[in-house]
Unconditional design. Structure first.
Ligand code: HAX
Length: 459
């Protein structure tokens, strides 16, 4: 085996992740302080009434260290596009053509630096060392009714882990604000470390015999997650590495990221904050769309089998119009910010072309991709007729025998924790304040336009 996360013992005196972050914090704090001193009172955006009513689309009113979304280019994690991450982050095998390890992404999201193999191996070990669940969590998960949605189970289980919160314990003991980052680090790393077992328990109890597969200390985070879920294919391990990496972060305004940030801004600990973010992810306009997409494709197949017709461009078009005419959205298409095909879709498509080019469901997704932008453009409502991340993930999972599509958003949640908890670390390290935007009543708006019929002048 060449290189990779299993590569040899420590050869250099390498700082741990926590030591690396501790060294970065003073300079970051000074940078933000100077930014506020130099520019704090200057205007960087304005708000129209449409934006005020319309979910604050594109209003710049939050800072986010870990990623930035461009409407046409898509996401950059700490300045790197997805193809750049695939090129630069360490892989399990050491083969550059393989998918990046999420442990390396975590290092990048937290520190802004591309890690070495050795640093990634340290993170893999650190997460494994932190992975033991508090004793009450497993019996709690086992007690959930089978019909409870896996996302509800995940959110409850994350709250149950909170008995271990270092942040909450330190705060109650009177810890100073300058130490909050340290407790947030401990909680965030513990949480990320424990999510795979929590998710796997939910999966094995809800759909199988309740028995977890065995982990292997020589394997990485994603492969061990797969083992616990009951999957042993190295190709599926590659998918899990890619899946967690690309689902981790999408700047700060998306509902799961914003909810985590908002709840955390009250100094709720990372467990309470992440559970809030997961509840947002569980909505069909957000993370639940991955489950909805697969449901839509399976319905499509079933419908046209019953009608004695093949699934092709023409029948997909017909089914899309039936969905739209019944007042529903096409899941997996459209985006609040993006205006082009989501690069998270493109890299999953590339994965499919490499690993499963002849898969029947992949072929259907390909045909949908040919047809749907035209249908949605003709429909004329959506600002973005192209596919988003959720449009592709289900068929990849299905290919590896992961057929329980109600569970897909849980996998998204495991990935999303990497991004939102990395940001939460910086929220506390930088001492970002309680979030509290201003709302107005309809009466306030009416009165405002009586005295300002043309609104406020643009600066
Ligand atoms: N199918 C049908 N209509 C759509 C549509 C779609 N895929 N996408 C948008 N529209 C409609 C909207 O419902 C809206 O209609 P109304 O004016 O009647 O309210 C109109 O087009 C304008 O919407 P928009 O400005 O283009 O999009 P929004 O910012 O309001 O919404 C959504 C963005 C992602 C919620 C939207 O595109 C959607 O509902 N898509 C389908 C669900 C989906 O795939 N969600 C996952 C998004 C990615 C993500 O967060 N993943 O976690």
């Amino acid at each position: 085996m060449r290189g990779g996360v299993r590569r040899g013992a420590r050869t250099l005196a390498t700082k741990s992740l926590k030591e690396t972050l501790a060294a970065q914090i003073p300079a970051k704090q000074a940078m933000w302080k100077k930014m506020k001193q130099d520019h704090g009172s200057k205007i960087i955006d304005t708000v129209t009434l449409d934006q005020c009513i319309g979910g604050a689309r594109s209003v710049k009113c939050m800072v986010w260290e870990t990623s930035l979304l461009d409407a046409n280019e898509g996401i950059r994690f700490r300045g790197y596009t997805i193809p750049e991450l695939q090129e630069k982050l360490p892989t399990f095998s050491g083969n550059a053509a393989d998918e990046p390890l999420p442990e390396g992404l975590l290092w990048l999201l937290l520190t802004g630096e591309i890690p070495t193999y050795e640093q990634v191996a340290m993170v893999t070990k650190e997460l494994a060392d932190r992975s033991k669940l508090p004793a009450h969590v497993e019996p709690l998960i086992r007690s959930f009714p089978k019909e409870m949605h896996p996302m509800t189970q995940l959110s409850i289980a994350v709250l149950a882990l909170q008995t271990d919160s270092r942040f909450q314990q330190a705060y109650a003991a009177g810890a100073p604000k300058s130490s909050y980052w340290e407790h947030t680090y401990e909680d965030s790393l513990n949480l990320i470390a424990r999510l795979p077992e929590v998710a796997a328990l939910i999966y094995r109890c809800k759909y199988h015999d309740g028995v977890l597969g065995k982990t292997d200390p020589k394997l990485d985070y994603s492969a061990n997650f797969n083992r616990m879920l009951g999957h042993v294919s190295p190709s599926f391990d590659e998918l899990m590495r890619l899946y967690i990496t690309i689902h981790s972060d999408h700047e700060g305004g998306n509902a799961s990221a914003h909810a985590t940030h908002l709840v955390g801004s009250t100094l709720s600990d990372p467990y309470l904050a992440l559970s809030g973010g997961l509840n947002a992810l569980a909505g069909p306009l957000h993370g639940l769309a991955n489950q909805e997409v697969l449901g839509w494709i399976l319905d499509l197949q079933k419908t046209f089998k019953a009608r004695g017709k093949p699934v092709n461009e023409s029948t997909i078009r017909e089914f899309a119009w039936e969905t739209l005419n019944s007042g529903q959205v096409i899941p997996g298409y459209g985006h609040a910010v993006l205006r082009k095909t989501d690069p998270r879709y493109t890299c999953q498509r590339d994965f499919a072309l490499k690993h499963l080019p002849n898969d029947e469901l992949f072929q259907i997704v390909e045909t949908i991709y040919q047809v749907m932008p035209g249908v949605l453009t003709e429909h004329g409502k959506t600002k973005n007729p192209y596919p988003n991340v959720d449009s592709h993930s289900g068929v990849l999972l299905q290919h590896y025998g992961f057929t329980e599509h109600e569970f897909y958003t849980v996998l998204f949640g495991v990935g999303r924790a990497f991004g939102v908890l990395s940001q939460l670390f910086w929220d506390r390290a930088l001492g970002l304040p309680l979030e509290r935007p201003k709302s107005v009543t309809p009466e306030w708006i009416v009165e405002f336009f009586k005295t300002h019929p043309d609104g406020l002048a643009k600066p």
